[in-house]
Design a protein around this ligand. Structure first.
Ligand code: FES
Ligand code: FES
Length: 162
């Protein structure tokens, strides 16, 4: 198998790694970097459990090659807390009970953050549409939408306060 060397920033840290050309980003994160917060569900782009942000855009990490990450910034669930404080969306998920088994949660958080960057004041309808690539078998989605709405209010409040 052919190898390739990549320079990739993951959660604000530079990694220089030589990897097989056919390694997926999901395998790279979990097996090479041991960042196991990103989950493997279907492994074929259907469930969203493996969602991470690449240069700010949500991607199913099971569908992209790690080799394509050369020169890119990747954000995973491990990179969301800052200075020991959870991201406002993580806090909101906990507060409203949007986490049950938690398997979908890392992907939901990253997709939710990408959506809030696009739509800082989303409607429930927008949330449903934008999050449809992320499947949850436990919560029925309402609490996840509640958490995103709560975080959007708080983030808007923070922006106004500055
Ligand atoms: S594991 Fe990637 S979309 Fe399901
Ligand atoms: S909390 Fe279990 S799959 Fe979403």
């Amino acid at each position: 198998m052919q190898n390739i060397t990549i320079h990739t920033i993951v959660n604000n840290e530079l990694y220089i790694r030589t990897i097989p050309v056919n390694m997926t980003l999901l395998q790279f994160l979990r097996e090479d970097l041991h960042l196991t917060g990103t989950k493997e569900g279907c492994d074929e782009g259907e469930c969203g459990a493996c969602t991470v942000l690449v240069d700010g855009h949500p991607m199913n990490s099971c569908l992209v090659l790690a080799a394509e990450m050369d020169g890119k910034h990747v954000l995973t669930v491990e990179g969301l807390a800052e200075d020991g404080r959870l991201h406002p969306l993580q806090e909101a998920f906990l507060e409203v009970g949007a986490v049950q088994c938690g398997y979908c949660t890392p992907g939901m958080l990253l997709s939710g953050i990408a959506m809030l960057n696009l739509y800082p004041h989303p409607t429930r309808e927008q949330i449903r549409k934008e999050m449809e690539g992320n499947i949850c078998r436990c919560t029925g989605y309402e609490r996840i939408a509640d958490a995103i709405l709560l975080a959007s209010e708080r983030l808007a409040g923070e922006t106004e306060a500055h």
